[in-house]
Design a protein around this ligand. Structure first.
Ligand code: UDP
Length: 254
């Protein structure tokens, strides 16, 4: 059956779902950085991100975080609720890294005195500029109630993920999430959308501080999927093929 493509982004494609109000989210192997200036294909990245994101969204259900994820359909696709995406990238930071260090001259790796939430306006042409709450309210991208809900959910998600990764000896430095509006029985709910994966998080090994995320691609400092595989392995999503030295790790069936 030919699928009805609704949108193609840098790392994902959205198709119409089988039921009304649902979509299929397809994970591609493309990696981009610096607002598309750099692009490369890493075979299997989409498969790993699909599994990692599935696991994290499923775990977030256990603490009652509302989200768009329904179920994984196959290696690269998941069924999700259709939501009205709020045009904000919500970045939560525990430790200084990336654009924060450049913008404010803070040393990378410095622990922040409190969790910092930043909002970026989702616009490729404008290169996703940092915006304040006042900008968001003035231009109507979200209202005050929605922003309160978004920041409350963002902090709860962060608390959960920091603890989860810390048990895997991984530090959650920062991450980006997106939210959407979902309508049910005439009510509107703010729900977590998009994905959570090493594409959208900074994840450092707690002991060695080795980067296990997309910075490896941004900085050209190694083979990107080594870190992604390590994260998947610690999350219990990979089995090691011990038969041959050169055989690739395999995703656990599920
Ligand atoms: N991030 C993302 N998509 C973007 C920009 C940032 O997923 O378009 C994530 C990034 O992986 C990091 C966090 O958001 O975990 C903070 O990124 P930062 O603002 O430091 O920007 P960068 O240095 O990646 O340009």
């Amino acid at each position: 059956m030919k699928k009805n493509k609704l949108y193609e982004g840098k790392a994902k494609i959205l198709y119409k779902g089988s039921e009304p109000g649902t979509l299929i989210q397809h994970f591609k192997d493309n990696a981009t950085a610096n607002n598309n200036e750099k692009m490369e294909i890493f075979e299997g990245k989409g498969v790993i991100n699909n599994r990692i994101s599935e696991q994290l969204f499923t775990l977030l259900s256990s603490i009652d975080i509302p989200h768009h994820f329904i179920k994984r359909l196959n290696m690269r696709e998941q069924l999700i609720h259709e939501v009205e995406i709020i045009p904000l990238e919500v970045v939560i930071r525990n430790i200084a890294a990336g654009s924060l260090t450049k913008r404010l001259g803070i040393k990378s790796g410095e622990k922040l005195s409190r969790t910092l939430i930043e909002y970026y306006f989702k616009d490729d042409i404008l290169k996703d500029p940092l915006v304040s709450e006042d900008h968001i309210l003035t231009f109507g991208w979200a209202n005050q109630n929605e922003l309160d809900e978004i920041s409350t959910l963002a902090l709860r998600i962060n608390d959960f993920l920091v603890g989860y990764f810390s048990a895997l000896k991984i530090e959650l430095i920062d991450f980006k999430i997106e939210f959407g509006r979902m309508y049910k029985n005439e009510e509107m709910y703010i729900v977590l959308a998009d994905e959570i994966s090493p594409d959208s998080c900074r994840l450092w090994d707690s002991e060695t501080k080795r980067k296990l995320d997309k910075d490896v691609f941004r900085e050209n400092s190694g083979y990107l999927l080594d870190g992604y595989n390590e994260v998947a392995k610690r999350m219990g999503l990979l089995i090691e093929n011990k038969a041959s030295k050169n055989s690739k790790p395999t995703l656990v069936k599920g």
